[in-house]
Design a protein. Structure first.
Lengths: 497, 471
């Protein structure tokens, strides 16, 4: 049983599903929906099974598969450790929900849309479990194609502009990473991540390589000042596209920071800490202020994503147990919360075709169920104790306090601003008088929407009170990760004395 | 006699040309027959050629002609792509009234010229092959003689190409003057001490060859000639002479001029950077697909040259892989162009692609795969082509070339995805015809599939190329 290539089947299954969809007649809408839903749920169950048989007491990569791919050059190597497995589960958890949500939001070319979503799932899972830099790059960049199409074909009015901006920004960041990957191959003789962890990379190259990787991850995270593609892409993408973007695509970069930037270039990472701290703080404060001024709901949530990802980078680069764990937890939490928020916006957008906050108000009178669930998500986003958002932000701030009081104090302001814009959004949308006549006829959540949102709300509250399933999974890996990091740094310092 | 055995491919092609000419003269209305027969001849030639792969390099005719694994591989690639080009342009040729007996015969003779070029080991043999190839292509470019654009492109191509041939010939004579031989091996031996005459000669030869593969700054003719010629000839221009000329590049640079590596490397890097950047920037404003693909091929040749500039076996191998993937993508792209027809009228403007995905989902899916691959987005074949090139480039620490090249792919990505935008995001137009020949459909589907699934096992194509060791 141990020889069964469980990771590869996780990666391949959605693609096989997509291939299967390709041959179904596009008029058979129910068939298409059920097939894709079935495939994605099976994938979710496999990933849960993977989590159950995953050995949490070991920091080693598990279920590793290593095959020759390009002869004498690159091996196809995949595997998971305590950090990556959580992102895989996040991916397989969010994808079926996206597929469920297409019922109301996608009117034309449903088959192609679901094929794109399933291909996206393959690529996203691939990113989180690849243990070879080239394989990682393939999956990381391959995601551009389906996402470009999702935004461009099924998006809103300015979809072309947004799709191009998304595509070119990300591509520009990534080509530098490609150069770095190839350079690593010639410097260290391999692109195998495990080998590279052992060998280490010569510190004199690390700063440049780190910057090359950073250029790619910074665009994808997105960090200030290259975040401008995100609000556009979010606003124009269809609901399921926004959800995938916010919940998973952004996490690919955060994961990349842990696995590659910090893991491979410890010396450079330490060197660039002040830089990361400064732009993370700018991201947190500046984008929170920008979010306050938005009159478009999706844009507001997009800017809040930038701010939340600023917390993530802040936490990761503290190199403390709490900070890194907090960064990982914040990513998972933001994956669930932002997905939920975008689903919620999608629900009202499908009914009124408006994303403007001013068009709403008093929804609590007509959509009570919706208002309750949106409350949970708002509180989750602003980090109320008892929700997942709190644990992430709290751990990050704790880790940051160890490093620098000033940075932590400024970052804490971001928490307050977060509460301000989220609560103000909630107030303007849900409370108040029902002034817009269109809203009188609006109907409350249907069964599918209710089940999607309830599932997300439950997981926000459940893991907010009981984060152990997650923290147990990653704590050993993070601990070992930081030990290795400190060892390498000490070695370097010893050599230089 | 043993000498003649090794060049049986060339002999077979020349005899077939003569026989076809006779048939054409004596038999009325034999155009279709000759066209189909030419396809068969190409296949037979391919079969002969594959059986001739020698165990070790063979020199013929006083060492002026050489047959080895590399030349045989390239000849096979030329013959296969010529066959595919003939097959996919059949309907176009018929409907545009250019199916004359000369058409397939001219293609055959230009291919014969290419085969001679590839195998040549002597300046004179090389020049004869080059001229045979070029002269046939001048006529082909102007083949639609009633069409003013076609005549113009033929004339333009002829004049500029003659100029470049002159430069090339001048370079050859300089080389001969300073090394006292026209034989590649003797030039190599005699040119150990670096003389300015030889360096001048190399530069002139490189200029002449750069003209043939449309490297910047010798690219000016390409967009006009691509645009003016009949599409069935444009596809030949885009593929066949480039394979042959790039091979000659390799033969020259890594043969007689290997010692002069430091001297010519800067020239090649300049050509490469110029082509990559210019091709990417100039294509943005194009409104016609054929002009666009002309600029795109300029940029692609820049990448292939980047592989040649590193001076290692990996560089050469990766250039060849690049070339093979490039020709698959280009054949597939032109298949799509051949399918854009309505009532015997062919379309080649960007706006004609508008909303293609609604009426022709499969065609636009294939075209989308091809375009993403041309842009070099993983996991498609075009990405690997670039990836290999830059692996070789970065091995020699030529970071500037690598960074410029990859940034130019980002610029180039813009116009490729603009086409995808036109196909997928814009309003639909009238339907195009669906009655395409089976050959055309097969080639499009198979080549797009190869592009799409190349990543599953890249070794299948790579293994052919990895046996090439020139240094």
């Amino acid at each position: 049983m141990m020889n069964f290539p469980i990771i590869s089947s996780l990666i391949l299954l959605p693609s096989i599903g997509a291939l299967f969809l390709f041959f179904i007649n596009s008029k058979n809408i129910t068939g298409i929906k059920y097939v894709s839903l079935f495939v994605s749920i099976i994938n979710f169950l496999i990933s849960i099974y993977l989590w159950l048989i995953f050995d949490q007491s070991s920091y080693e990569f598990q279920f590793v598969e290593n095959r020759v791919w390009i002869k004498d050059f690159i091996n196809y190597k995949v595997g998971v450790d305590g950090i990556s497995i959580l992102f895989i589960i996040l991916t397989t958890f969010i994808t079926p929900l996206c597929i469920l949500s297409v019922n109301s939001s996608i009117k034309n070319r449903l088959k192609e849309f679901l094929i794109a979503i399933l291909l996206m799932e393959t690529l996203m899972i691939g990113v989180f479990c690849s243990l070879d830099l080239v394989i990682f790059y393939l999956f990381f960049e391959g995601g551009l194609i389906p996402m470009f199409l999702i935004i461009g074909i099924w998006g809103g009015e300015r979809r072309v502009y947004s799709a191009f901006k998304f595509f070119l920004f990300t591509l520009l960041g990534s080509v530098l990473m490609l150069i770095a990957v190839i350079s690593i191959y010639w410097i260290a003789g391999t692109t195998d991540v495990e080998e590279l962890y052992k060998l280490g990379i010569d510190p004199k190259y690390q700063n440049l390589l780190w910057l090359a990787f950073f250029s790619s991850f910074a665009v994808k995270t997105p960090m200030w000042p290259v975040h401008t593609w995100l609000p556009d892409a979010h606003v124009e993408a269809p609901t399921a596209g926004s959800v995938l973007l916010a919940a998973i695509l952004l996490k690919m970069a955060g994961y990349g920071f842990i696995r590659f930037s910090i893991g491979l270039f410890p010396v450079a990472s330490e060197y660039f800490v002040p830089f990361i701290f400064v732009i993370s703080l700018i991201a947190i404060i500046y984008t929170s202020l920008v979010a306050l001024m938005q009159d478009d709901m999706k844009k507001l949530i997009a800017y809040s994503s930038v701010a939340h990802m600023g917390f993530v980078t802040l936490g990761l680069f503290t190199f403390t147990q709490q900070g890194v764990e907090g960064g990982i937890f914040q990513m998972i939490s933001h994956g669930i919360v932002s997905a939920a928020l975008f689903f919620s916006v999608g629900v009202v957008y499908d009914r009124t075709h408006s994303r403007r906050i001013n068009d709403y108000g008093g929804l609590v009178n007509v959509m009570p169920k919706y208002s309750i669930l949106l409350m949970v998500f708002t509180l989750g986003s602003l980090g109320l104790p008892g929700t997942t958002g709190f644990i992430g932000e709290f751990l990050i701030l704790m880790g940051t306090f160890k490093k620098s009081f000033l940075v932590a104090a400024i970052a804490s302001l971001g928490v307050i601003l977060g509460a301000a814009y989220m609560l103000w959004l909630y107030k303007r949308v849900v409370f108040g008088e029902l002034t817009n006549q269109k809203l009188l006829k609006i109907i409350d959540l249907n069964k599918v929407e209710l089940s999607i949102l309830t599932l997300l709300a439950l997981s926000i509250i459940l893991f907010g009170f009981y984060p152990d399933p997650f923290s147990n999974t990653y704590s050993v890996s993070v601990e070992n990760f930081l030990n290795e990091y400190n060892d390498k740094l000490n070695n370097y310092n010893l050599q230089n004395q | 006699m043993i000498n003649l055995f090794y060049i049986s491919t060339e002999i077979f092609l020349s005899l077939s040309i003569l026989i076809l000419l006779l048939i054409g003269v004596f038999k009325k209305k034999s155009e279709s027959f000759i066209y189909n027969f030419t396809c068969i001849i190409l296949l037979v030639g391919l079969a002969i050629n594959i059986n001739l792969i020698p165990q070790f390099p063979i020199d013929l005719f006083n060492n002026s002609y050489k047959i080895d694994y590399f030349t045989t591989l390239i000849k096979s690639v030329i013959l296969v792509s010529a066959f595919l080009v003939m097959l996919c342009s059949l309907n176009y040729v018929k409907q545009n009234d250019i199916l004359k007996i000369e058409y397939p015969i001219l293609i055959l003779s230009s291919i014969l010229g290419m085969l001679v070029m590839v195998s040549s080991n002597d300046l004179i043999v090389f020049y004869v092959g080059l001229e045979l190839q070029s002269l046939s292509l001048y006529v082909l470019a102007a083949f639609k003689r009633d069409n003013i654009l076609s005549s113009e492109s033929g004339l333009k191509y002829f004049i500029l190409s003659a100029l470049s041939s002159g430069l090339l010939l001048y370079g050859c004579s300089l080389i001969y003057g300073f090394s006292s031989s026209t034989n590649f091996d003797l030039i190599y031996q005699n040119s150990e001490s670096i003389e300015y005459g030889i360096i001048f000669g190399i530069v002139f030869i490189l200029v002449g060859l750069a003209f043939k593969i449309t490297a910047v700054p010798f690219h000016m003719w390409a967009p006009d000639v691509y645009d003016g010629s009949p599409t069935s000839v444009t596809v030949i221009f885009a593929i066949l002479p480039k394979i042959a000329a790039l091979t000659v590049f390799i033969n020259f640079l890594y043969g007689p001029f290997l010692e002069m590596f430091d001297q010519w490397q800067a020239v090649i890097i300049f050509l490469s950077i110029g082509s990559m950047v210019f091709g990417a920037v100039a294509a943005i404003g194009q409104k016609k697909l054929k002009r666009l693909i002309a600029y795109s091929s300029i940029s692609h040749m820049g990448f292939a040259l980047a592989g040649l500039s590193v001076g290692t076996n990996e560089g050469i191998q990766n250039s060849i892989i690049y070339l093979i993937i490039y020709l698959i993508m280009n054949i597939a792209f032109f298949c799509c162009l051949f399918m854009l027809k309505r009532e015997n009228q062919y379309f080649d403007k960007v706006e004609d692609l508008s909303g293609l995905s609604k009426n022709h989902p499969l065609l636009s899916l294939c075209l989308m795969i091809i375009l993403f691959s041309l842009a070099g987005i993983p996991p498609l074949a075009g990405f690997f082509a670039k990836f290999y090139i830059f692996t070789a480039v970065i091995e020699q620490s030529m970071y500037f070339l690598a960074i410029v090249g990859l940034l130019s792919t980002v610029i180039a990505a813009f116009y490729y995805i603009r086409l995808i935008k036109v196909m997928y995001f814009d309003e639909q137009k009238e339907k195009y015809d669906l009655n395409h020949s089976i050959g055309l459909k097969m080639i499009l589907v198979i080549s797009s599939t190869i592009i799409l699934i190349y990543f599953i096992n890249p070794n299948i194509i790579n293994n052919f190329v990895l046996e090439i060791t020139l240094i």
